[in-house]
Design a protein. Structure first.
Length: 159
């Protein structure tokens, strides 16, 4: 199963937004931005590029699936954060060594389409970045709606 990610607008606090879904593979950017509550000064020590994988699983009401997505996180000296998956970018927020990135997950298979909001809350420690992925989804088959929970992990290392 292939998950598709669409970016969501991030301000000092996390704002989750709903977006439509499509049947094509990959992800697309629908806008976004980021801000840093500490001005980036405290977060600058974590600047760099981190590469790894995000494992996402959804399950509930008779609907389940999973996917592993190659992920690149860039933390800049000014404290801005971006997460890139399949060439598309989602913006996030970093405060100290903790970052948050919200995105929308779309899954389409066998006539069932699931759309959900997810968030990564990761911590940078040394040359590693890791944390949980969580959220929820609404799945539809024609007029039948089912709910699913999104869970997973992001693990990346500084390159």
């Amino acid at each position: 199963m292939k998950l598709k990610i669409r970016s969501a607008l991030i301000a000092c606090t996390l704002i989750l937004s709903l977006v439509g879904c499509s049947e094509d593979d990959g992800i697309s950017s629908s806008g976004g931005g980021s801000s840093v509550s500490d001005g980036g000064a405290e977060s600058a020590q974590y600047a760099g590029t981190y590469k790894g994988a995000m494992e996402v699983e959804y399950e509930g009401d008779g609907v389940d699936g999973d996917d592993t997505l190659a992920t690149t996180i860039v933390i800049r000296d000014n404290g801005t954060v971006t997460m890139t998956i399949d060439g598309e970018t989602v913006n996030g927020v970093i405060n100290g060594n903790k970052l948050e990135i919200a995105f929308t997950v779309t899954e389409s298979e066998d006539g069932i389409t699931c759309v959900g909001n997810a968030v990564v809350k990761a911590t940078v420690s040394g040359n590693s970045l890791s944390g949980p992925v969580s959220g929820d989804a609404e799945c539809k088959l024609l007029l039948i709606e089912k709910n699913a929970d999104l869970t997973g992990t992001l693990n990346a290392s500084k390159v």
